[in-house]
Design a protein around this ligand. Sequence first.
Ligand code: 0WE
Length: 259
Amino acid sequence: MSKPLEGKIGLVVGVANKRSIAWGIAKAWKEAGATLAFTYQGERLKGNVEQLVGEFGEDTILLPCDVTQDAEIDTVFSEIKSRFGKLDLLLHAVAFAPKEALEGDFVNTSREAFRVAHDVSAYSLVALSRAAAPLMTDGGSIVAMSYYGAEKVVPHYNVMGVAKAALEASARYLAYDLGEQKIRVNCISAGPVNTLAARGISGFTAMLKHYEAHSPMKRNVTHEELGATAVFLASEGGAAITGQTLYVDCGYEIMGMYS
Ligand code: 0WE
């Protein structure tokens, strides 16, 4: 097995449990040779993430980070600086909208639900990238997770679709700002994956079945495939790719009419 990320330091934001997309990508980055730091959101998830990260060995660090708190973001990056001295990779795999905003009609989205969804799911990429950039002294690769609902209407995805559109646009503006520093910023738009965030969304199982029936590849994307894409983006293969949204969805996005 080749180690395209040997000697690279990465920060992974968004692991909640072993089904998290962030965990799938972390495993792939580690397999490719990277040394990783992780954050967890709140005491509720600390135990989970601690147990998972235990597999990663001594050089891994785990830090609390609520991405809506600038002070917590600052602490994360000063810890990374003192422990590793630099950063090469950043994974953003966090999103949240209040549950009621994902249930009714988009037209009824409250000002507060709109604000929270954009703060957690989109602004956090800007804040994390700004803090990461000074540590990315040899350039870097920033990867954020998105979804088709950013581009087309997916019923009930509602304000999350608007926030993902903001995330993808933010990735383009960040790519422009950070390009000369050899820092690339891209989104992976994943097909649906059965995670903690997806569970409790009514009709989610039907959505997985829909992709299975109608995507060109007639199946759903795996954690391993998302991990392999993130390795590609972080390594030489991605060296001239920035500001893009890559659909990793078994081809679903290309379809116009389903048969
Ligand atoms: O981005 C997402 C989901 C993110 C998410 C999930 C939740 C559930 C619990 C954000 N906020 C919350 N808030 C909660 O209270 N996905 C891409 C998965 C997803 O979510 C959907 C989808 C898909 C796909 C919601 C409605 C329709 C489709």
